[in-house]
Design a binder for this molecule. Structure first.
Ligand code: PMP
Length: 428
């Protein structure tokens, strides 16, 4: 009996769509989601004991590989001392110091438990700090599921074909202005009209929730300059890119510093840790010092923080990102050659351990260009790879993630799988 089918059947009876987060459901690629019971290094195994080479990495956090012994030991040691206290702990101080040390521009930080909390709180803080209401986001960027951010968003909303969620009051969404990504002219026009009313601009510096679209350097610089000129808070959402694309996150790649940065995924190493932080004069507006309220029963949880600290201590080691980048580049070069051999329109993008695969001749620079690519080819490609034991994200609109645990053999096997998959979709 196929255990995945049995479990999915059971799951659908007691939870909507059978999942606890929409993209896991395979809705856009078809078929039954795999129920994973165990993972180690670059692999996970489903309930049928089928092994997959994993390129989801828990949607980004697993940068050092699954069940890394150092991370597991740190979690076990922390758990043995109690699962949570609801008091300050030494581990939280250590983590705040480490994050501020690693990322220039982070003068103070607050730990939370999800990326959604981080971005939601960062926006509230920006509004409290500026005394303004308007928020600007970009089409195709996803920043978690708080109300004001579920407007023309990416990730699961895009996968399911409904980029703006229902259930968000008009009174809330009217304060969210949406601009096209990478469009400097549109940005300048908006600032000229409303610059003094803008509380914050939030963006993914490399948008991994509409596949992989990087901001142009000019766009990043224009954002920085205009926010400074008009007193709007620049929130760089590094929940996905943070310590994933490089040692100083995407801000290190661009040489642009946020007023507030949001972090998640890698800083929790697979456990629920996220953060927002930045300029001390802005952070001073947070309760208990200032009037912007935010709190969390599980914030800074000692077991979760232990996983995050252990992970960060590994990524800080010399050569970590060079190694990760080399693995990603090798794999993508293999994919590109395989696609060419099969005559499939294909291009790739990458930074550090994050990558995008596109069925188009060149990599898209905007949401519109992503949508113009052959996303219709993705489901067949995804399933062809899955049949070969390679687990990509089950959506054409999500980035992929390499880990330090992927070996040369894993990458070679992935390329072999891709050769077969491209041939399978070549006549579609
Ligand atoms: N921001 C970005 C850029 C993200 O990629 C995500 C999650 N994929 C979030 C925010 C939300 O994080 P979480 O799922 O932990 O709430």
């Amino acid at each position: 009996m196929n255990q995945n089918d049995i479990l999915f059947d059971r799951a659908c009876k007691t939870s909507p769509g059978g999942v606890n987060s929409p993209v896991r459901a395979f809705r856009s690629v078809g078929g039954t989601p795999r129920f994973i019971k165990r993972a180690k290094d670059a692999y996970f195994w489903d309930e049928n004991d089928q092994r997959y080479i994993d390129y989801i990495g828990s949607w980004g956090p697993i940068i050092v590989g699954h069940a890394h012994p150092v991370v597991v030991k740190a979690v076990q040691d922390a758990a043995a001392n109690g699962l949570g206290f609801g008091t300050p702990t030494r581990a939280e101080v250590d983590m705040a110091e480490l994050l501020c040390d690693m990322l220039p521009g982070l003068e103070q930080v607050r730990l939370v438990s999800s990326g959604t909390e981080a971005t939601m709180s960062a926006i509230r803080l920006a509004r409290g700090f500026t005394g303004r209401d308007l928020l600007v986001k970009f089409e195709g960027c996803y920043h978690g599921h708080s109300d004001s951010l579920l407007v023309k968003a990416g990730s699961g909303l895009l996968t399911l074909g409904n980029p703006s969620s229902s259930g968000v009051p008009v009174a809330v969404s009217k304060d969210t202005l949406v601009l096209p990504y990478n469009d400097v002219d549109a940005l300048e026009t908006l600032f000229k009209e409303k610059g003094n009313e803008l509380a914050a601009i939030i963006l993914e510096p490399i948008a991994g929730n509409m596949n992989f679209v990087r901001a142009t350097p000019e766009f990043m610089q224009a954002l920085r300059d205009l926010c400074t000129q008009y007193g709007a808070v620049l929130i760089i959402d590094e929940v996905m890119t943070g310590f994933r694309v490089g040692p100083q996150c995407a801000q290190g790649v661009y040489g642009v510093t946020a007023d507030i940065t949001t972090l998640g995924k890698v800083i929790g190493g697979g456990m629920p840790v996220a953060a927002f932080g930045g300029r001390a004069d802005i952070m001073a507006h947070m309760a208990p010092l200032g009037g912007v309220y935010q709190a969390g029963t599980l914030s800074g949880n000692p077991v979760a923080v232990a996983a995050g600290m252990a992970t960060l201590n590994i990524v800080r080691q010399d050569g970590f990102y060079e190694n990760l980048r080399a693995k990603t580049a090798t794999m993508l070069a293999g994919f590109t050659a395989a696609a060419q051999a099969a005559g499939v329109p294909f291009s790739t993008e990458m930074e550090g351990g994050m990558f995008g695969l596109f069925f188009s001749e060149s990599a898209p620079k905007s949401f519109a260009e992503v949508m113009a690519s052959r996303v219709d080819l993705f489901p067949a490609f995804f399933h062809a790879m899955l049949d070969e034991g390679v687990y990509l994200s089950p959506s054409a609109f999500e980035a992929g993630f390499m880990s330090a645990a992927h070996t040369d053999d894993d990458i070679a096997a992935t390329i072999e799988a891709a050769k077969k998959a491209f041939v399978k979709i070549a006549d579609k």
